[in-house]
Design a protein around this ligand. Structure first.
Ligand code: ATP
Length: 377
């Protein structure tokens, strides 16, 4: 079933937030969220994602710029008239009310007719599989059920726009993964326009139709999760998205060769990369852990002749392992599915296939080229 609202796009044009103390939390943000899209704002603590969400919700005033929901400018519209529903980190259910009453509460306040309340609550309960617990009090529910009631309270409003503010961060790891899947299913079912804030890049990658990576109030990149992963716009994004994080090797491009600073990694570059990097001089090369070739039984898995490293830490994860290795200043992590794992202290050869390298400007961090000599974007 589609969201009943005909058009519920969201548009931020030059939206700016300066707090009373003069602090510029968001210097000027442009963002379009299409009808039915789930966009995740992600970034480290203090990057301005909550401020942005709160401005969308109307809980924080907008210093400058224009905010529209469903084509209507809402800068000065109070939160209750914006046709939004918000799900917070703390689900703050009313302890003395049943699940049904918790779900119905906001509708009652709005003097929604009884039959309509029953219809909406029944539908939300069905979607969230809460039908069997409608008579229970919150304390008689599991953490996951409580979080579902919190989602249900948003669903019954049938809003134009769903806003999620780190809704899963209070849950334990297993429940978080389950609820993440639940939110995805819910989104697929309702097709509701949603903005979701998190500092957790895994949550962002798995949930977002698009993710918007923010830093110091500024959008660094807005794209599909896989595009952001494959073609990060700068070193910050490259390091923030992906776990374990991308490896960075400072060095220089000399003709058709990349040479790492510590001198143990040299990679002949493909023509496309040489063309993009010509005369770049000081650069930082980046490589994803899964692209690092790891010696396996004396053979380097892929790429050119490996460089000597010494294994520092090995983290077996079950299906894969993370091998952290050092060479002088360089620390590199390789992700491998191999069962033949090296031991800490053991020398190992790592290779850095040229066609998997990203290059960033050493001073600005801007992407010079992504794998295959692709320009960014
Ligand atoms: P977190 O994940 O920690 O909530 P965030 O990315 O959501 O971080 P915001 O809460 O939006 O970040 O804060 C952005 C910046 O604005 C931070 O530097 C914060 O200290 C500052 N800030 C937030 N609220 C206020 C306020 N009321 N007055 C002044 N500065 C504020």
């Amino acid at each position: 079933m589609k969201n009943p609202a005909p058009m519920s796009s969201l548009s931020l044009e030059g939206v700016r937030k300066v707090y009373d103390n003069g602090f510029v939390a968001v210097p000027g943000l442009d963002l379009e969220v299409a009808d039915g899209e789930l966009v995740v704002l992600v970034g480290p603590s203090g990057c301005g994602k909550s401020t942005t969400l709160r401005m969308i919700a109307g809980l924080e005033s907008i210093t400058d710029g224009r905010l529209s929901i469903g084509g209507r400018v809402v800068n000065d519209v109070p939160p209750k008239d914006r046709d939004i529903a918000m799900v917070f980190q703390s689900y703050a259910l009313y302890p003395h009310m049943s699940v049904f009453e918790n779900l119905a509460f906001a509708l009652k306040l709005r003097k929604t007719p009884k039959a309509e309340i029953a219809r909406r609550v029944t539908r939300a309960a069905e979607i969230l599989q809460l039908g069997a617990v409608l008579d229970r009090r919150p304390r008689q529910l599991s953490g996951g059920q409580r979080q579902r009631v919190a989602l249900g309270r948003a669903i019954v409003r049938e809003p134009q726009l769903f806003l999620f503010d780190e809704p899963l961060s209070n849950l334990d790891a297993k429940l978080r993964v389950e609820m993440r899947r639940e939110i995805l299913r819910l989104h697929r079912r309702l097709g509701a326009t949603s903005v979701y804030v998190t500092h957790d890049q895994t949550e962002a990658m798995t949930l977002g139709d698009r993710i918007v990576v923010m830093r110091d109030g500024v959008v660094q990149q807005a794209d599909t999760p896989l595009n952001v992963y494959a073609r990060p716009a700068n070193r910050f994004v490259a390091g923030f998205i992906g776990s374990p994080a991308m490896n960075f090797l400072p060095g220089r491009v000399e003709g058709a060769l990349f040479r790492s600073e510590a001198g143990n990694v040299t990679v002949p570059l493909p023509d496309a990369a040489v063309r993009r990097l010509g005369g770049a001089g000081a650069v930082v090369a980046g490589i994803r852990p899964e692209d690092v070739g790891l010696e396996d039984g004396g053979e380097v898995a892929r790429g050119p002749a490996g460089a000597e490293f010494v294994v520092d830490v090995v983290e077996p994860m079950g299906g894969e392992s993370h091998v952290y290795a050092r060479a002088g200043e360089h620390e590199v992590v390789a992700r491998t599915a191999s069962r033949a794992l090296p031991r800490p202290g053991q020398p190992v050869r790592l290779s850095f296939p040229a066609e998997r390298l990203h290059f960033f400007d050493a001073s600005t961090g801007a992407t010079l080229c992504n794998p295959g000599g692709d320009p960014r974007g």
